[in-house]
Write a protein that binds this ligand. Sequence first.
Ligand SMILES: [Fe+2]
Length: 186
Amino acid sequence: MKVHELVSSFGKACENANPMDAAREILESLRGQVEAIENLLGYISGTGGNAGQLFYRSPQVTLLKVCFPVGRRTPPHDHGTWATILQLSGEEKNTLYRRENGELRKVGEKILTRGAILTMPADTVHVVQCRSDVPAIGLHVYGGDIFTLARHMWNPETLQEHALDWTLYEKFAQTASKAANAPLEG
Ligand SMILES: [Fe+2]
């Protein structure tokens, strides 16, 4: 498989009446080729912000390779659209939330190891923590152009909601990474 073939298959999936399910089906079909996908995307670092992560962007779909370094935990955030992720390597814990009456409520968690898939509808908020002693790397598919969609993030200490701002996000991520747990957890 070539990168353009991967891009093309997600591009077609997102023309579907139910693009989230169609994109997830493609990830399901790739589960047996995780190592090959990892090699295919080896030219992308997955770190250093969007420029190091992005390999396709359109109004219908965004494709990123995302690498969470060892010890990293994100603040709670949404994506402004649905997202589906195929874990390529490492282990990450996703803590899942929903916004209810303006407040976050924890609704579940999922550990992702190589080959695992997590699909998040547009109303999902999550925290990602790299739990392995190697980076947690995934192929992320988003239903739209996530660089233009309205997105939100939450202060990991106060749970105050903010519009997504990458400078503040990084500060929140540093605070979140030092905490013992994700917000509203244990
Ligand atoms: Fe996310």
